[in-house]
Design a protein around this ligand. Sequence first.
Ligand code: CTP
Length: 447
Amino acid sequence: MTARAQAPREEAAASRFRGSGGVPEVPGSVVRLIERLERAGYESWTVGGAVRDALRGNAGRAGDWDLATRATPRQVRRLFRRTVPLGIEYGTVGVFGDDGVLHEVTTFRHDVATFGRRAVVAFARTLEEDLARRDFTINAMAWHPLRRELRDPHGGARDLREGVLRAVGDPRERFREDYLRILRGLRFAGAFGLRIEPRTWQGMVEAVPGIARLSRERIRDELLRVLSGPAPSRALELYERSGARAVFLPELTDGLGPAALATVDAVRGKRAEVRMAALLVLGGGVRPAPILSRLRFSRAEAGRIAAAASSGPGPDPVLLANPAARRRWMARTGRRKLRGVFRLWLAALRAGASPSSREAVLGLVAAARRDQRCGVPLSVGELAIAGRDLLALGWSPGPRIGRTLGSLLEAVWEDPALNRRSTLLHLAREGVPDPGPGPARGHRRER
Ligand code: CTP
């Protein structure tokens, strides 16, 4: 911020924020965008999530600052050199600040007709009309960084201070206008620890079936935002209680009970993919693949989530008792994907939700890590010899070579000390027992 004159208005605004975050600190580049618009005669404000977060004392990123203005998109584009038409029909133009960050600049608007998720918007004359069409009071505040004035006609600052999530105006209308607001509201309540005001809650619960009409991508994005937060269980528990979870994840036979919620929270590093895996595994033994593809997770994401979920909430006791079986399982899972499995097991253990004993989980994880550290091969490509070594012995090319390498890998899993060039060549010459088309199949691909 540039130098600030302590106008009386500012002090009044500041005093209102005591107990919440403080006076919003708007990045200088955003202040300069507003100056430019206002000098051209267009009233302009910072609005939405960045104002809310600033009042909560959370600075956020520069790009989170959105502007609402009386200027039409055409007027905005005329005023600034570098703009991007982000959604002209909704009144939104992207404008680059002088720090190179893109900001959404949206003309004051009010809805004229809504169809669940899509709205046909009309431009409004006043900021108040614009704020009245927003979802929750905490998101319906505007801050003017030049006048240092807060416009808060719906009492958002008080709700924030008192820890209340409240829809703007009639909750039923707000949710009918856009069913995504249900999930947004549950996310805000969870993330900020807000109580949901009773009429707002009732409106949400009544509107829950409308979630089925949202695009799956939007639902997935909301879910991922919840799963990336510090304690997803709060929003997830609300998903469960409101009936929202049952709409978009009906497959979970056990639902999101205390064990699932605690495990999701206990995943170290807030890893959303492992948390998603935990949610599926502890929510009731479902096959992840069809769910993940329905929710439009990318193939790569779905692959990692399914891998983390593939070994359940804890290790099979056989793996602990039998090192060769453990290594075979590690090869099947794949080196990189083991991490997700271990993270999930350890989270379930910390959450008191593991079906296995502490010794079993920690013992298996330690043994697997030891194998990895000692370079125990998990594929024929990692053996101390390769097919060309057998060709050099005079073997003719053919399936026998692959089968032999597979058998050597099985032998090394029984006894990793065998993984030395001379030993393996000796074994190959002696003729390792051919395991046939059994478990050694496919080791080649698993790296
Ligand atoms: N908004 C709304 N209804 C929606 C989405 C957004 O009323 N379904 C309004 C709210 O005033 C919101 C603002 O548009 O604050 C900006 O929305 P967005 O950037 O999507 O979210 P934020 O509220 O900024 O918060 P977050 O980024 O944490 O979701």
